[in-house]
Design a binder for this molecule. Structure first.
Ligand code: SF4
Length: 280
């Protein structure tokens, strides 16, 4: 199945987002999905353009709000394969509150973050994952804050599938996204997706040298302690599945969910819609 649209990406030549998107398209096809049952939701940033370049249902929404939209799409039509795409700025700055709640709800969608550790679309400001001391247009003497650790946030929020991949390791990246799709619950894949235009420290060469492949270690992703040790070690760039809870129960299968849904009185959506219209 071809998930590629006929639009040519306007990403800079060499941008990591090409590899990230190709892996997402391959993973969707290899897990038996097709454009008719796939919905891609994106926020704002270079990553946000992905819905235009993919042949599927898509929504290019508001900054940092892709996850609640993706959650709503999945609740409204559980048969859809929902993939939410974002960047480090979109997902871990303005969207970080939504991230934590989507993780703890364990809604059965996939979240792929193209993490280039910089704001690319707005031309090179420090982002939540920029490393400390990184000189950018908003931090000419170097950033003073330590970076956000996305996997630690996910683990603390009760994440059930937490992975890290690298956009130029096409096979491994595709495999990780496939496993996230197949996971029963919220599949989270943070991707090292280098920005070749504005980030001259987190480059392809840097990642190639620094990356430790978890498959070549004795790490067992179902072992919480091992996952925590790996995730809390910011000195190493790991790729692979950091944590997977095999007992994961997705939101839609949680005890009590049917009763909660059934308690919504008839006509409530119409009343809400009328109130919103009256208010505005
Ligand atoms: Fe990619 Fe950076 Fe160019 Fe954006 S600015 S398209 S992240 S290389």
């Amino acid at each position: 199945t071809d998930f590629k649209s006929d639009k040519q990406p306007t990403w800079c030549p060499g941008c990591g987002d090409f590899g990230t998107m190709n892996g997402m398209m391959k993973a969707l096809a290899e897990t038996g999905n097709d454009p008719d049952n796939t919905f891609v939701v994106a926020g704002i940033g270079c990553s946000g353009k992905i819905g235009t370049y993919m042949h599927s249902y898509a929504l290019h929404g508001v900054h940092g709000r892709a996850l609640p939209v993706g959650t709503g799409v999945k609740l409204a039509n559980p048969d859809l394969e929902v993939m939410v795409a974002g960047g480090d700025g979109d997902g871990y700055s303005i969207g970080v509150g939504h991230f934590i709640h989507a993780v703890r709800r364990n809604i059965d969608i996939t979240y792929v973050v193209m993490d280039n550790r910089i704001y690319g679309l707005t031309k090179g400001q420090a982002s939540p994952t920029s490393r400390q001391g990184f000189e950018t247009s908003t931090s000419p003497d170097g950033t003073v804050e330590p970076p956000v650790n996305p996997q630690a946030l996910a683990l603390a929020a009760g994440g059930t599938f937490i992975a890290q991949s690298f956009s130029s390791d096409s096979q491994r990246h595709t495999e990780l996204v496939k496993q996230a799709i197949e996971h029963d619950g919220f599949g989270f894949v943070n991707v090292y997706s280098p920005c070749v235009t504005f980030n001259d420290v987190d480059t392809y060469d840097y990642f190639r040298d620094a990356i430790v492949n978890l498959d070549e270690t004795d790490h067992d992703p179902t072992n919480y302690q091992s996952a925590r040790d790996k995730i809390m070690d910011p000195s190493t760039e790991h790729i692979g599945i950091l944590y997977q809870n095999e007992e994961s129960v997705p939101f839609s299968d949680r005890e009590g969910i049917d009763a909660n849904m059934a308690d919504i009185p008839d006509g409530a959506p119409e009343r809400a819609d009328r109130l919103v219209r009256e208010f505005y």
